[in-house]
Design a protein around this ligand. Structure first.
Ligand code: UD1
Length: 340
């Protein structure tokens, strides 16, 4: 089994990617410092796979510690770099923490990988690099715009750094620009674990339905969209995880020639916030308490992916409907609520 180092492998997307990698015949090795995840995730992964995955509690920005992981795990074939801070609002309040964490960890990784001859890297990027796009859907050729938050700026900078480093003989890199991941593993052993009040829509919805939050406030209803609420491309987290397996396979099998490739990873469909709310009500059988509120600063009115390139080049297509994604999120929420 080829070893794949997964930084942030205890996180929301990372944990699902670890499961899919293992089930596809790779040996994931997790590096995580639990700064936005919990140790219980490792038990969830083990319960699904029937085996423990090697784990190192290391902050990726700690270059010496990261070097120790590569030294301890001989023969790492590739890296998926998820580890990063990801809250847009928090990044506005603590920009330095975001630049430090998200860039230092990438730079440390790029310093250590060549020391161990590791030449393949998949990077977690985001549709946030497109800013407010002029036309929809966005393709990989859609121009990037000035980021609306320090979080978004770290993703743009990371893409630039990786492109420069790859051009100078660094690792071959696939940049995956994620749209909005939602839902949980079908087993309900792993899923999203927001700390405190969720920023993201779907955990806020499921916590409201579970009675943890009183009501959902919809951030703006006067946008120029189908019903006035924001439009996003919601992708099931397991589908998104599978895109990483496909990307890793492409790099390790040396398919394609470009040193850097960029792919949108979305469903290709946009849904409004109200559509998500109503789809959740249908999928869960729960009536959701919600009201229309003011716009949230920094929100892009509408964005969804043109998913053609990932389909044509990677053979990647999403499989899970919005209804099934929301049903999985609800099942996960109920598991969490039962534990309490
Ligand atoms: C944002 C980032 C994305 C990042 C992700 C990580 C942008 C454009 N997108 O996604 O790059 O990876 O955060 O967390 O910066 N909503 C409500 N009420 C709520 C919560 C959300 O109406 O209580 C609405 C939002 O206004 C938005 C939609 O739901 O229209 C989705 O919001 P969210 O889940 O926070 O994701 P994004 O902001 O799209």
């Amino acid at each position: 089994m080829k070893k794949i180092l997964v930084t942030g492998g205890a996180g929301y997307i990372g944990s699902h990617a670890v499961v899919e990698l293992y089930q596809a015949g790779y040996q994931p090795v997790i590096v995580d410092d639990f700064s936005n995840s919990q140790e219980s995730v490792l038990a969830g992964i083990e319960a699904i796979l029937g085996t423990a995955v090697p784990f190192y509690r290391v902050d990726c920005a700690d270059e010496a510690a990261l070097r120790g992981v590569f030294a301890a795990e001989a023969g790492i074939a590739g890296v998926i770099h998820f580890a990063a801070f990801k809250a847009v609002g928090e990044s506005v309040l603590k920009p330095l923490a975001y630049y430090r964490n998200n860039l230092d960890s990438l730079l440390a990784l790029l310093a250590v990988m060549p020391e161990f001859g590791v030449k393949s890297l998949v990077f977690s990027s985001s549709c946030t690099v497109y800013g407010i796009p002029d036309a929809l859907p966005v393709t990989e050729a859609t121009p990037t715009k000035k980021a609306t938050s320090p979080y978004g700026a770290t993703k743009q900078m990371a893409e630039d750094i990786l492109t420069d480093v790859a051009a100078a003989g660094g690792p071959r890199t696939i940049l995956l620009r994620y749209f909005n991941p939602i839902g949980a593993h079908a087993s309900a052993r792993i899923g999203e674990l927001p700390l405190g009040v969720p920023n993201n829509l779907v955990p806020f919805i499921t916590q409201t339905a579970a009675g943890i939050r009183e009501k959902l406030t919809i951030n703006g209803s006067d946008y120029d969209t189908v019903d006035g609420t924001n439009v996003r491309d919601y992708i099931h987290v397991v589908d998104l995880a599978k895109a990483h397996v496909v990307a890793v396979r492409r790099l390790l099998d040396a398919v394609g020639a470009d040193q850097v490739e960029t792919f949108n990873v979305g469903t290709g469909h946009g849904n409004s916030v109200l559509e998500v709310v109503h789809a959740f009500e249908q999928a869960s059988g729960q009536k959701l308490n919600y009201s229309l509120g003011p716009r949230r600063a920094g929100d892009v009115p509408a964005i969804y992916a043109d998913a053609t390139k990932a389909a044509n080049v990677l053979g990647f297509k999403t499989e899970t409907s919005l209804a099934d994604s929301l049903a999985s999120a609800w099942k996960w929420q109920q598991t969490l609520t039962d534990k309490k």
